[in-house]
Design a binder for this molecule. Structure first.
Ligand SMILES: Cc1cc2nc3c(=O)[nH]c(=O)nc-3n(C[C@H](O)[C@H](O)[C@H](O)COP(=O)(O)O)c2cc1C
Length: 171
């Protein structure tokens, strides 16, 4: 699959086969793509949490109460440390969310290249997630994704995007 086909066919999956976890070698390749993501000043202010134990899955699932989210056999979380991210001297802008978004995008696209389904999720209960992951005040979760194989009866939404001439300007 070339890159254009990869980004054209990737879609959010909201249905998973609960009994088909992602095998360790596939998971490692996906995680390595996240590791290779660029970040401001190459500070890599992230950790990738792979939630696999039944106890932790139960706790994290409670943070985003959807039937399809409960089906996923694994959950991947990009955790960031605000103190470890780059701060622009001119105006103190902190790169944490940008760095985490790039890492997540690498992870999600790498997953799709392996045939693994994902769905960016930010609408989780942030307070509860901080509690169940025992995060410090400086640690942040920007997005999480289920990991697994899409169930055949998964509801799919058509890929709707603004046309290119609406989002591109040549000056
Ligand atoms: C930052 C971000 C947060 C998102 N949060 C959620 C979410 O909480 N729940 C959900 O079902 N989808 C969520 N999505 C998925 C978007 O709805 C989806 O990417 C968008 O509708 C485009 O569809 P596609 O991913 O299938 O191309 C999120 C996507 C992004 C990039």
């Amino acid at each position: 699959m070339d890159f254009h086909e990869l980004v054209t066919t990737r879609k959010s999956s909201r249905g998973y086969n609960p009994s088909a976890p992602v095998p360790p070698d596939v998971l490692t390749r996906i995680l390595d793509a996240g590791r290779l993501a660029p970040s401001a000043k190459n500070l890599q202010p992230w950790k990738f949490l792979v939630i696999t134990s039944p106890e932790k899955l139960d706790e994290v699932r409670a943070c985003y109460d959807r039937e399809w989210f409960r089906q996923a056999p694994q959950i991947l979380i990009v955790k960031g440390d605000r103190n470890a991210a780059w701060v622009r001297p001119a105006d103190s802008w902190n790169s944490l969310e940008t760095d985490m978004a790039i890492a997540m995008d690498h992870l999600v696209l790498a997953a799709h290249a392996e045939g693994v389904a994902t769905c960016w999720i930010s609408a989780f209960d942030s307070v509860l997630l901080h509690k169940v992951l025992q995060l410090t005040p400086d640690e942040e979760i920007f997005a999480i994704t289920p990991l697994g194989y899409a169930s055949p009866d998964t509801e799919t939404r058509p890929k709707t995007r603004k046309p290119l001439d609406e989002v591109v300007e040549y000056r």
